[in-house]
Design a protein around this ligand. Sequence first.
Ligand SMILES: *Cc1c(COP(=O)(O)O)cnc(C)c1O
Length: 405
Amino acid sequence: MKKSFKGISSTALHSAINVNSEDAHLVPIYATSTFTYETTEIGIERFEGGDKDKIYSRWANPTCKAVEETIAALEAFGIKDIAGNDLQIKALLHSSGQAAMTTMFLSNLQSGDAIISHYSLYGGTYELLHKVLDNSGIKPFITNFNDIDEVEKIIIHNPSIKLMHIETPANPTNQCVDIEALSNLAKKFNLIVTVDNTFATPYLQQPFNYNVDFVFHSTTKFLNGHGTAIGGILLGKDIEFMKTKAWKWFALLGGNSNPFEAFLLLNGIKTLEIRMQQHCKNADQLANYLQQHQAIEKVNYVGLTTHPDYEIAKKQMRMPTPVFSFELKGGLQAGIDFQNKLQMCTRAVSLGTVDTLISHPASTTHVSVPREERIKFGITDGLIRLSVGIENIVDIIDDFEQALI
Ligand SMILES: *Cc1c(COP(=O)(O)O)cnc(C)c1O
């Protein structure tokens, strides 16, 4: 059943099993809450089966399953397991990145356990750890993951730490951490290792290369690519765990996706490779243009040799992420003016859509955060966050040129 391909686009296009009976070219939108069985025996077989297929759509849905198989194939692309066979990954498609993360943490941890993670986490992750999990008796330890000795010290002194959560590259400064070094350290202490691969996508970075246990994505971003749906996916290489405990928590917490949004996501994934190539090429040219501009103080793009994590990114990523930030010399007012003057690029938060998205955190997402607080997280007054789109680079640069006076 599992085919393997030599290229990423072929994997993205042909990894879903054919689930339709009417010879439709595309995977149909199976908008149905429940499934029929012709005989009791067929029903028994399905209820006893490990895949929980064709029973009830909170448990499994064929359109969602097509997405799960496709993203699993992309994350496992070209990776072998210890026996030398193609790595097998199982995925569960959720209603959002946050839902996928919730299933991931709650199916692996219980009250009394702790998580070790790092600064510059995605805001929703930071809050989930500090508000929801902490409140349920799962304590977060937050440290600097570029200081491996310090991480080791914290793990040694806190035996309640059961899981290490990594996010790389991270917002807004493109901070990258070494997945291999962290995973090796975590495995010395038998920790579960989880990675948020949203900013990279499986095209730019495959954490399963480094012996990690779980990867998750907000599929809302580059995997969907067109900004049409919120979604999240949890992927694991312990197939038995994914089919039993992770699936049970997924089904009971109720964070499943739906066939319509799964269909939109599946269509988006088909062009992941060519989109990422264009996003990355544009980002590189734009970062180099910005770096020499007199109105700009600093460009936080991990593809520049001046970035402190340039070497780490080069080691574990195919290309740098097309989401980065830069600081305007003129501070708060310059940020507001720059955003207002844009004529083509889109003023919006989020990332990973085909059009270029620009945001000025100090006047939007972080407007209610005290200035000293946000500056600690790298959100300076003149910081502009951008997700470079696939428009023609000349038009992106033209828009910046006229907005950056
Ligand atoms: C968007 C995002 C999330 C949360 O995903 P949602 O789909 O919005 O729930 C988590 N991590 C990162 C890095 C993100 O960018």
